[in-house]
Design a protein around this ligand. Structure first.
Ligand SMILES: *Cc1c(COP(=O)(O)O)cnc(C)c1O
Length: 355
């Protein structure tokens, strides 16, 4: 499939690289392709960034048939444009599609479209430390019919946003609240998909945790509310006695690409890792016995986000003296170093965008 290109005639002014925040600015162009049952995916195009016109009956607005991805493009010191394991994002987007009854797309083609879009807007890739161009591919159901069923038409789109660090505090330990009541996902549900509704359903708990002075929630399993699953929209690791433990992937945990990269890096450093069920009780007991060394969330947006304080009911613990753990720091430095081309890439994770 060919990708047509219509360039903007009114390029926007670029934001100050030191005041980017996260997801607040968007580049000059976006990618769109459409799906219909008779034509399949078609009409791939890069066009000026701008609003979509939608019928108020559009399926996604009512029944939430929407999935997305989050990935980043980096500018290397030599000026190359680099992506980090992008084929993994394409594969996951198709798995999310499958769960939400959205048709599959050609992953290689979509990646080539993303590369082309990034090339068109490459002047938007920031280069200040900690910054990147965040890529947001997403798919939405577009039928204009009220009725609970899978849409027969869709749009696949990609928008780009120059970003600074995810948390205002940067790589600083954050306070996390163990959520006792609300759950993010259950067995048989949609937790393993990056489906829009999962995030809408998580907002109330996050808001209530924030009112208590916490920045994110630690989600527990939906059946027993006993075992940890994720922290906010990140996977989570606990260092107990030098062993890095992360919840195993069931269908209620999002299989993070950062999580997988962390596991592979730790392995290569001969640091023991385990994927298993881990209860909050075990974490608090480990802290009491002085065996809980550090804890962190991980995901594309923040990369590594150390957990400083963990609140659970009327108890609260300070992990690692509230400081950034040694392994957290080493992982952050190594992953971001590989991503921005400052460190060697022994795993073959980096994909260069020809420009
Ligand atoms: C996106 C996401 C992650 C992290 O995935 P990455 O591929 O590492 O960015 C973890 N948990 C949830 C719920 C997510 O949405």
């Amino acid at each position: 499939m060919k990708i047509s290109l219509v360039k903007t005639t009114s390029p926007k002014e670029k934001p100050d690289q030191n005041k980017l925040g996260f997801g607040r600015f968007f580049t000059d162009h976006m990618f769109i392709m459409d799906y219909s049952e008779d034509k399949g995916w078609h009409d791939a195009r890069i066009v000026p960034y701008g609003p979509l016109e939608m019928d108020p009956a559009t399926a996604v607005l009512h029944y939430g048939q929407a999935v997305f991805e989050g990935m980043k493009a980096y500018r290397s010191p030599e000026g190359k444009v680099l992506l980090f394991r992008p084929e993994q994002n394409m594969a996951r987007l198709n798995r999310s599609n499958a769960r939400m009854s959205i048709p599959q797309f050609d992953e290689e083609f979509a990646l080539s479209a993303i590369k082309k879009l990034v090339t068109v807007d490459q002047d938007w890739i920031p280069s200040a430390p900690g910054t990147a161009l965040y890529l947001r591919p997403f798919v939405i159901g577009c039928d204009n019919v009220l009725g609970v069923r899978a849409s027969s038409t869709y749009k696949f789109m990609v928008i780009l946003s120059p970003v600074g660090s995810y948390y205002k505090e940067g790589l600083n330990p954050v306070n996390i609240w163990v959520e006792p009541h609300y759950v993010r996902a259950v067995r048989g549900g949609t937790g393993y998909a990056k489906a829009a509704g999962n995030y809408a359903g998580s907002l109330l708990a996050q808001k209530q945790a924030q009112a208590k002075g916490y920045s994110q929630v630690l989600w527990l399993d939906g059946l027993e509310r006993k075992y940890v699953e994720e922290v906010g929209a990140m996977n989570v690791f606990f260092n107990i006695d030098g062993e890095l433990i992360t919840p195993d992937l069931g269908d209620s945990v999002l299989p993070g690409i950062t999580r997988d990269s962390v596991l592979k890096l730790l392995d290569s450093w001969s640091i023991p890792t385990t994927e298993r069920k881990l209860s909050v009780e075990e974490i608090f007991a480990a802290q009491e016995e002085g065996r809980l060394i550090e804890a962190f969330g991980c995901g594309t947006a923040a990369v590594i986000s150390p957990i400083g304080k963990l609140g659970w009911g009327d108890k609260a613990i300070q992990i690692g003296g509230g400081k950034i753990g040694e392994i957290s720091q080493r992982l952050y430095d190594t992953i971001t170093g590989i991503q921005n081309g400052r460190l060697e890439d022994p795993f073959g994770w980096i994909v260069e965008v020809e420009s």
